[in-house]
Structures are given as structure tokens and as C-alpha cells.
Design a protein around this ligand. Sequence first.
Ligand SMILES: [Ca+2]
Ligand SMILES: [Ca+2]
Ligand SMILES: [Ca+2]
Length: 722
Amino acid sequence: MKVLVMISVVSMGLAMIGSIHAMDEHAIIYDKRLLDPVAELLSGPVWLRIRGYDIYESFTRSESLASAPAQAPGLPIRIPYREPSPKFSRNLLISIDVGRIPYQAETCLAVNPRDPDNLVIGLNDYGFYAPSAYVSMDGGETWSGPHPMVPLQKDDFGSDVSLAFDRNGTVYFAYMSIGWKWVRTLNVVVGDEKASIVVSKSVDGGETWSAPRVVAVGDIYAKEDEVVVIFLDRPRIAVGPDPFDKGKDRIYVTYTEFVLRYPLIPEYPYIMAPLISTTIKLVYSTDGGKTWSAPKQVSPTFSYWAGEERRRVVQGSNPKVAEDGRLYVAYYDSLNDGPWDGLFAPTIVWSDDGGETFSKPIHVDHLLELDYELPPTLFRAWVSMMPQIDVGPNGEVYLVVAARPGMLSPDDSDIFFYRSLDRGKTWSSAKRINDDETTRDQFIPAIAVSPNGTIHVAWGDRRHDPKDVEYHIYYTKSSDRGETWIRNVRVTDSPSNPNFGLYLYIGDYWSIEATDKDVYIAWTDTRLGRPESPNMKIGFARSGHIPLPTILISPPAGAAGQKVTIIGENFIPDKEVYIQVGDAYVSVARTDYEGKFKVDIFMPMLGEGPYRVRAIDVSGNRAEGYFYAEFGMDTIKKTLRKHEESYQEMLDEILKLKKGVEEVAKKIEANSSSRQELISRIEALRSEVESLTQLTHILAVLLIISAAIIALIMIKVWRMRK
Ligand SMILES: [Ca+2]
Ligand SMILES: [Ca+2]
Ligand SMILES: [Ca+2]
């Protein structure tokens, strides 16, 4: 990818760009995208669009592939195996597919300071091209959503998510609103996406949201001698004490401003290669988001002509406010050797006047740049170099970032931690946070400091996979301001293969938040994805236990072959659940948006005794219970056997009697003196034998009838199950 960009940028040089797309008598339309020279630097979804990767198109293509292989309907395939984390809850996949494209990525978590059980997760949903919010009111056990953000009226889609609560429990959601704009000047027509930064807010914990308010405006316009593109990218929001009135909060939104100036030559219908500038900027609000300041400059502006060797850029800002009202902003500085090459600097600046002016930038370190991707996977991971910061209760500033550990190392990436105990002026040396002994990749770190000062860090980690493809989320914490860290802990209970998500892109950032009681982590999870049907969800876990799914079997006991109702809770929302009796799959149910389901199954003909009933959802959640078959197949068999036994006993009796009669007859022949008396005794015996014989006949008939009933029952059950 990088090579391609280089070629396209270099080939442009100062020469004409673009090819002629159409021409009327007055103007030439360029089909070259104006944002092309900076596409790789922009927010993930924008980059994909500029590079012509149509998510919708490519997904529907892969979906048609998915329907091709023959599959037995209703049979579960590749249910992910869950291996519980030793320190985190079972994982929830909280995002729901409301559009046709099952991709959600890029996530931000926020915890309501007025009600720590109120969590809001923002995420990008490609199903409807808009960021959206999911809300929990029980500390993350159950979620509602999506509550979609809307792009501005004339724009096409939204992108990026950043959330923060203020001290009163109002939550703010910053995102980009993006739309196409054509401009015409002299004899050229050019166009591209333009992005503005907008903020919506919610006063009910994230359930309902205000219309977006524009806080900074991007544009494309033409002047006599140039076409100017202003693209505002990657907003991040922070809320904290106003330095001039600590009794209230100030809201800050930082973003990256890309300016591309395309010179025009009046005599020719061409645009020239542009001058590209990047600056971290900021706007603030002191009235709860009603009005916003003019944009302020956070970083220096770095400019270069497209194709120039020296192409320094800044990107990836992250603001945080300390208790004393100082605002810190960290960002990525590629240095003069440009992005994805040589060195970069995680950089920090601060403002003591509420975002009006900023300190000189401090380079926390100079580190080896990551490549755009982390081999052998293709998703863009360079975003892991955008430093993440948080502030401790005593003004400590902590920063995490990913970088290449060594020039010649086969390891493409590690996570490094830094701290400043003098309010950002000086910084510790790098501390590697991942404690694996592999040369596999770690990426997309996130950091949070809980009110008691404990530092929490989470990141993507491929240490488990010798192929260096599948990732887990890992976590560590420090209770002594970063001196020592606990052993790394696995958070995810099932790995993700990025190739089974949107393989070029799995989100540019993930999120961690911590109270003194709990730690919350959200990330992009592809465990539901398969090569023929890719899938990307937002996964969530907390350090506190999350109740396991349960099933209720009603009635819990009875005859086999009857209808039994299974009611399940706490399963993945809006997805399939497979029902097993013993080891056989007998039915498929679908959960509602709350992860509940109810299904009637017919208990197979079973022997008397307890039978395990299990419900397994597509994400690997399982619950089991027992059904006690009181009268089943073997009960009938037993009854038949009993009848057979008594029949045999009677036959034996009759045979015995017969023998007795024969013996008596012999005796009579021998002695005929009391003949008459004997004859009457024989008669009596004979009638006894006859009545017994009749009884055995009745029993034989009964046996036949029982067999017929069993046959009927079995046919009925077989039909019903069909
Ligand atoms: Ca560099
Ligand atoms: Ca690697
Ligand atoms: Ca590594």
C-alpha cells in the first residue's frame, strides 16, 4: 500500500495531476481525487473510500460466496470455543447488525461519573454508515442500541467516534460528518469529500441524542490561482475542569486539519501537485456544547509539496484534562523522514488557559516507526503509533504507544509506556509493557487511570498465534505509578482473526475505562467471521463478573416425546442459538435484541432418567439444564418385559398342573376303587387349567396392543419432529 502511495505521489511531483475524465467546451473534470495524496493518513473509513474499497460491494460479493457451499440447514458450524479469562468477565459482543453489512469497528467507552453503572459505547457501523451509541445501565451486563448519530443534512455519512461525560452526567459524542463537494474554477472542475467535526449530546445517559452541532467546518473551494481542500479528521473529545472556573467543565475537541493547496495555471486546464499541510487543532466550549470557540492551533503546522522527500506530518491527537485544569494533548509526529519510515515522536503539548495557547511540543521519545501494516496481516496498524494518554490524581501524565522494538528484529511491534511526574516537562525512558517472549505483534494500545491512581492498559496481542495472525486483547495494570506492572492478563475468551473482519481495517482505536471498582474494555472482535462470511463486532469485557447465560426447561420432567419449552437469557442478541438434547442438535432458536429466546422442542423418545439440554449461541455462549424423562422408551420396554415374565410364570404353572393331572390319571388306572371321586377332582383341575389358559391368551393380546401403541407413538413423534 505504502509503495503505491509513494509511486503515485512521486510521479505527481510538481507536474500535472489527474487524468482527463470528461470535457465540455468550458471545463475539464478531473477524476483524480483531491485527497489522494493524503489518503493513507486519513481516518480509516475515509481512506477506504478514497482507495476505492467499496465496503458494501465487496461484502455483498463475499456474501454470495457464502451462500454457495452446501450446508445442512440449522446445523451449527464453527461455534467459537470460549476459554474464560482468568481476570475478566465473559466477553459480550454488543453491536447488532441493523444494516446488511455486519461490520462495526472503532470504539470509545465512557462511564457516567454520576452513575458508574451507566456506560456508553460509541462505534462506527458500516451497516448504515454512521457512528452510533450503545448504552448500559447495569455496568455493562446488558446493552441497548444502536442509537445512531446523523450526518449533517447535506452530507453523506459519518465517521469516527469519541465520547466523554461531563461532571453532571451529560455525555458528548464527537464525530465527522462527510459529504462530497464539486468546485469549478477557470476551466477545471474538481471534487472530493469534505469533512466537518460535529458534536451531539445526551442528557439521559446516551438513550437519546441532540441534533449534531458543527464545531469546526471543513471545505473545498476555488480561488483564482488555486483549489483549496480543508479536511478535518479524527476528532477526539475531552471534558474537565475549566482552568478559570474549576467549579464547571470545559469541553475540548481536538482534530487534525489537512490543507491541500492545488495551484492553478490560468492558461492551462490543469491543477498542479498540491502543497500539503497538517496541524493539530482544537475547539472548546464553556457552555455545555452550545457555542464553540474559533479553531486554535495545538501543534506547529508542517507543510511539504506532494512528492517531496521531506514530508513531515502530525496526526492522531488525544486530549486529556488534569484535575488542576491543565489540558494535555498528545499526538503523532512523523519527523522529517515522513510517516512509516525512520523515526517518529510521540509528542505532548499542554495549555493552562483553557486551550487558547499551547506549550512548545515535547518529544516524549524518538521511536522506530511501524509499517503501515503489521506483517503478515493487511489491516492498517500504523495508527498504533498515535500516543494514548491519561492523567493521574496527582497530576502524573502517562502515555502508551506502539513502536518497532528494533531495526533488525523480526518483531514488528511492542507496546511502550512513559510517565511524567513534572506535568509533562520530562519523561521516563520507555518501558515495554507486553511481557511475552515471542516476536509477535502488539498493537492499538489504550490507557486509563482510575480515580485511585491505578494505571490500566489494554492492547491487541498475537502472542498466542505462531502464525502471528489471530489476536487476543491483553491487559496489565500498575498501582505504583508505572514502576511495576502485574503479569499480562488475557481479556478475550476467544481470539479474532483480522482477515475474517474487514481485513484491511479493524478500527483505528479501541477503548479502556476504569473506576475504582471495575475496568471496562471495548475492542473490535471478529470471532463470528469466517472466510466466506466476514464479520466484525464490538467486544466488551469488564473485570467484574458478568452473569452467565441460563436456560429454563418447562416442564422439567415428564414423559419423553412431549413438547417442552426452553427459555434462555443472557445470550448474544439477535443471533442463532442451537439446542442440544444429549449430544444431538434438535432445534435452532433466535434471540431477541436483549439476548432472550423461547423455543418449543419435542423431547425425543428416551429411556427413563435425566437428559442434558444445552443451548449454545453462535458466539460460543452456552447454558445447560436437565429434563427428567419419567416415562420413556425403556419404561414401556420394562412393562413389556414384566408382562412376558408373568406369562412365562403362568405357562410354567399350567405345565406343572398338567403334569399333576397326568399323574392322577395314572394313579386312577392303578386303583379304580374311588374312581368316581377322582373323576370329579380331575374335572376341577381341568377347569382350573382352562381358566389359566384363557388368562394367558388375554395377556398375549395385551402384549400385542402395547406394541401397537408404542409403534403409533413413535410414528407420531417422528412426524411431529419432521
Ligand atoms: Ca518518520
Ligand atoms: Ca509480525
Ligand atoms: Ca512484539
